[in-house]
Write a protein that binds this ligand. Structure first.
Ligand code: KE4
Length: 428
């Protein structure tokens, strides 16, 4: 079933670390070797052995309207005919900037970069530049890309590999990083009682990197109101949530407005685009207007901009968010009913089109509770889903994503796969 993937894996080990370019793709926490993908179209992805899967990874979020959408392909091919990169401004950057700023009420200006990590590096630097303070609070289990100062108590790949932090990050790089507990405002206030140089708090408004963890009802609003009393900024890391649960930010659905918003994934539609944005008085700190420096050779790349413009335009035309809720609710029900049928402890956290199961009987409202999930059960479930034609993120601590290309037939096939996978878990 996976002969060619196995062969490529062995070849990949020669010049690529673990045969991958991002750790989570190594399948470390589910065992076995990584799949190598050949192509994708719509809701499906096909590996090099010709096995086709319903794709709930979507490149960890970007492929929200499905793979190889014809509008995106048309726009990108057209852009390619004008050239690939100029190191100078192009009209596409203005077009995408307007689409993004119009979708975020408090965002007057945006700066494009090449990844979510770059967006967060810049957003954090901007908070420090604007406030003149150094410390940043992050929440255990949230992941904000691989910049030194936030690679502590992080989720996603670090949680997957059970890494407390990263080697190579000097003590000095994290001395200005304070850790709080998601959904626990007191754990934030404690830091303000002890420090008077906190520039802000960075948060995933819906966390997707512990698996999905949802803010309890008034947590974000109370956090923002509290920060205003402390002249500190709220930085919303919407790299994953941006445009995923509404055409704009999850922050708006949660009744809160961040001071700085970081974006990625969907806004590039599979091409490398990150962005950070804020109201004018904050963004005017950024060079060439202000003294906060940030730059990039391929920032605003015209091909990537074409990918982003066409993806967001198609997404806005489709307005699939009601459909996402219906499909998401259906999949949640399928999972819970199968767990009940086979007496498997299972909790499902979902927010719109991002969701995932935890093999635990505890509620999951923070990183500690997420870690009560039985990752051995997850591994068995994962491989059974693969064998039955469903591609999931190979980690308990990642969100599943829905695309608007999913069909009723896909959901029926997924239901059969879930039943078989849950039965396999119950027989462990
Ligand atoms: P990138 O640098 O990977 O584009 O974005 C970093 C990032 C920042 N903020 C949030 C909330 C994110 O989820 C991410 C990246 N997400 C992971 C998946 N959990 C990317 C997949 C990977 O690391 O291979």
């Amino acid at each position: 079933m996976f002969k060619k993937s196995q062969k490529l894996y062995e070849q990949g080990l020669v010049n690529l670390v673990g045969a991958v370019n991002s750790p989570v793709r190594a399948f470390s926490s589910v065992g076995g070797n990584p799949l190598f993908i050949k192509k994708a179209k719509g809701s499906k992805i096909t590996d090099v052995d010709g096995n086709e899967y319903i794709d709930l990874v979507l490149s960890y979020g970007p492929m929200i309207i499905g793979h190889r959408h014809k509008q995106v392909q048309r726009a990108v091919v057209k852009a390619l005919k004008n050239g690939y990169s100029f190191g100078a401004s192009t009209e596409n950057e203005i077009i995408l900037a307007k689409i993004v700023c119009d979708a975020f009420p408090e965002m007057d200006k945006v700066r494009f970069v090449n990844s979510g990590t770059e967006a967060v590096i810049s957003g954090v630097r901007l908070a420090r530049a604007f406030t003149g303070k150094d410390k940043i609070i992050k929440f255990a289990g949230c992941y904000h890309g691989h910049q030194d100062s936030l690679l502590v108590a992080a989720g996603s790949g670090l949680a997957t590999l059970s890494l407390p932090g990263s080697k190579g990050v000097p003590e000095g790089a994290v001395k200005n990083t304070l850790i709080a507990e998601y959904n626990n405002l007191e754990s934030v206030k404690k830091h303000f009682d002890e420090h008077n140089d906190i520039a802000g708090v960075i948060i995933e408004p819906i966390c997707g990197n512990m698996g999905v963890v949802i803010p309890q009802k008034s947590f974000l609003k109370e956090l923002k109101d509290y920060l205003e009393t402390k002249n500190a900024l709220l930085i919303a890391d919407e790299v994953m949530t941006g445009f995923r649960s509404k055409f704009g930010g999850a922050q708006e659905l949660l009744g809160v407005t961040a001071d700085i918003t970081c974006l990625g994934k969907v806004i590039g539609g599979g091409f490398p685009v990150g962005a950070y944005g804020a109201r004018n008085e904050i963004m005017e700190e950024v060079a060439p207007l202000g003294g906060m420096y940030q730059a990039g050779t391929l920032s605003g790349n015209p091909i990537a901009m074409a990918g982003g413009i066409s993806t967001l335009t198609e997404l806005q035309n489709q307005d699939p968010y009601k459909k996402f809720n219906i499909i998401g609710n259906t999949i949640e029900t399928i999972l819970l009913e199968a767990a009940k049928k086979y007496s498997v402890d299972l909790v499902v956290n979902r927010f719109g089109s991002m969701m995932n199961p935890f093999f635990t009987n505890s509620q999951v409202t923070n990183f500690k509770e997420a870690q009560t999930s039985d990752i051995k059960k997850f591994a068995v479930f994962f491989w059974e889903m693969i064998k039955n034609g469903v591609f999931l993120p190979p980690s308990q601590f990642e969100a599943w994503f829905l695309s608007s290309a999913l069909t009723v037939r896909d959901i029926k096939k997924l239901a059969i796969a879930v039943d078989k996978a849950m039965m396999a878990v119950s027989e462990m």
